[in-house]
Design a protein around this ligand. Sequence first.
Ligand SMILES: NC(=O)CC[C@H](N)C(=O)O
Length: 227
Amino acid sequence: MKFAVIVFPGSNCDLDMYHAIQDELEEEVSYVWHDETSLEGFDAILLPGGFSYGDYLRSGAIAKFSPIMKAVKEAANVGKPILGVCNGFQVLLEAGLLPGAMRRNEKLTFICKQVGLKVKNQKTMFTNSYGEGETITIPVAHGDGNYYCDEQTLDRLKKNNQVVFTYSENINGSIEDIAGITNEQGNVLGMMPHPERAVDILLGSADGLKLFQSIVKHWRKQHAITT
Ligand SMILES: NC(=O)CC[C@H](N)C(=O)O
């Protein structure tokens, strides 16, 4: 299985993402610069964290115009797994691939710490290796993680089981403790916590690795690869 890590000017978690896939998951991975226009040959697309375009205007608001985003949308439309972490989540929101918006953290401070997350939906291609209702530990590092959407959208998210992760304790003001959501089809996941920084017990937690393993498990099942 081949993963792409999209690199925007200002991305800073691209290396962590690359390391997680290559060294911990042991799958193929390549960087793809934001100026590229094709994602042909990739099976899964990862949008890493960081400060794309210096977070000017709004986090992710400028990155959505990067040439590669057209290919990301096409990959999303054909059902490939797309994962946006932190700034990657913000880009997916701004690009309209996920509903809602991200606001400044309620207390207007940057939050960097390990947090508890509840797996609210373990039937997705990103969470099939977790237990139902499992609580996991993954670090966050953001200033704009206060997820918001209108009531209608929230109802739809809940009805379709699109809320995948919630915070055990609300750290940033996010509506209904939301930490991660998918699109309606379930193949685009955005989450503020960083699973790529939780892939080895030396990092304080290895709970993030199961997320990447879930993507591989799903892909292998789809392609009938049993080994
Ligand atoms: N780690 C990150 O991706 C930071 C995300 C974003 N730029 C913020 O501070 O909200």
